[in-house]
Design a protein around this ligand. Structure first.
Ligand code: PLP
Length: 418
């Protein structure tokens, strides 16, 4: 209660905006993930890895726009590319060189991509990948995993069967449970069109899939004739060619999104050329902004010049090191505080040992998660409300030291609650 009161007192402009926004936006926002009580902090501007809220307070941005903000807020090469496009006009209603360039870059990097199509979001990319899989196999059912998130209308519950999702035939199995996946897939083998999986459940709490689990899904797809789809919307940052390149497991289809267009709206789905050929034949795929010149130009620079293989590897290693340091804080203090993740993405959990799949947090864990978020904000560190960090390229050693110090202080000052 005290942390909430402090939060409210420091943010009169955000509170006032929220009151007005409630009148015209359900919940006062247009993205569910940004809805939290008592009201969300509204941001006004950003520079490198810093953001400023409506009340003028500065934060170190470790939220990294839920992975879409990989380049920070003021990468000059991306800004130059965008300005150059603006001078040439934005809505040309025609194919252009930018989309061919970006498609070629992506196909050159991700092992599964022989051909690719663009969309405006990761959600759309997944909807299209599922549509392609159904059309290609002539089957209907998709195997998904509990706790998975593939976009707003593709949210899968941890328990029970109520799904905030489309009325498509989905069947659910437990994440990181090869036996369960095999049992469910075999029960539906005759109608199984696709197995879609995040190589790490991002929204579900940065829970990595074990390599054995993903390899078993590869074998299961081969056995049943279903297409394996890797949703690498978040994990594509883990190397030049995403988690599929790191693990040496190649799905039939891959979906991408987030940072790839340098921070502009983006999604993509692609894979084997004989499957993608459907789109050139009988499967319609339209979308006014699919090849919008801003996303295409920024993406070409982002992936062609800035986020090179070396930069991707260095970011991965920095994240591994940071997570190790953060986990040492909990271990040294003997506290139930851990960070799960891969490379530059991580989420805090108030339990030990680290979870291997999603779980229903206890009210105590939920309260600690909120307190963690509020204490970090108070110390000038902005992360996702659920305790997720996505490092951006401008985050350096000094910023990471500051985060480790702040988490250490949290562990000390909140020790009685942990
Ligand atoms: N897939 C995964 C794994 C995601 O994490 C997200 C977004 O967080 C999406 C798909 C949806 O992408 P978008 O928000 O661009 O629709």
């Amino acid at each position: 209660a005290e942390a909430r009161a402090r939060y409210t007192n420091r943010r009169p402009a955000s509170a006032a905006l929220h009151q007005k926004a409630l009148e015209v936006l359900p919940g006062g926002n247009t993205r569910s993930v940004l809805s939290y009580g008592p009201f969300p902090t509204a941001m006004e501007r950003g520079e490198d890895c810093r953001v400023w809220d409506l009340d003028g307070q500065e934060y170190l941005d470790l939220c990294g726009e839920y992975t879409a903000g990989l380049f920070g807020h003021s990468e000059p090469r991306i800004h130059d590319a965008l300005h150059a496009v603006l001078r040439r006009g934005t809505n040309l209603a025609a194919v252009g060189a930018g989309e061919e360039r970006l498609a070629r870059l992506l196909c050159g990097r991700f092992p599964s991509l022989q051909q690719v199509r663009f969309t405006n979001s990761g959600t759309e990319a997944n909807l299209m990948a599922l549509t392609v899989a159904r059309a290609f196999t002539g089957r209907g059912t998709t195997l998904v995993f509990r706790g998975g998130y593939h976009g707003g209308v593709l949210t899968f519950p941890l328990t029970g069967s109520s799904m905030a999702t489309l009325p498509l035939p989905f069947v659910l199995a437990d994440y990181n449970d090869s036996e369960d996946a095999a049992a469910v897939a075999r029960a539906h083998a005759g109608d199984l069109a696709a197995i879609i999986v995040e190589p790490m459940q991002g929204s579900g709490g940065c829970i990595p899939a074990t390599p054995e689990f993903l390899a078993s899904l590869r074998a299961l797809a081969d056995e049943t004739g279903a297409l394996l789809i890797f949703d690498e919307v978040m994990t594509s940052r883990m190397s030049a060619g995403g988690m599929q390149a790191r693990l040496g497991i190649t799905p039939e289809l891959t979906t991408l999104g987030k940072y790839i267009a340098g921070g502009m709206s983006f999604g993509a789905f692609g894979g084997r050329a004989d499957i993608m050929a459907l789109l050139a034949e009988k499967l319609p795929h339209a979308g006014t902004f699919n090849n919008n010149v801003l996303s295409m130009a920024a993406g070409g620079v982002a992936m062609g010049e800035i986020f090179t293989a070396d930069v991707a590897e260095a970011l991965y290693q920095r994240g591994e090191k940071l997570r190790g340091r953060l986990n040492a804080v909990g271990t040294a203090a003997g506290l139930p505080l851990c960070f799960t993740g891969i490379g530059s993405m991580m989420t805090v959990h108030f339990r030990q040992p680290a979870p291997r799949r999603g779980y229903a947090a206890t009210p105590g864990e939920e309260a600690l998660r909120e307190l963690f978020f509020l204490d970090m904000l108070e110390a000038g560190i902005y992360l996702a409300r659920r305790g997720m960090v996505a490092l951006s390229l401008p985050v350096g050693e000094a910023e990471m030291d500051r985060f480790v110090d702040t988490v250490t202080e949290f562990a000390e000052s909140r020790r009685p609650l942990l």
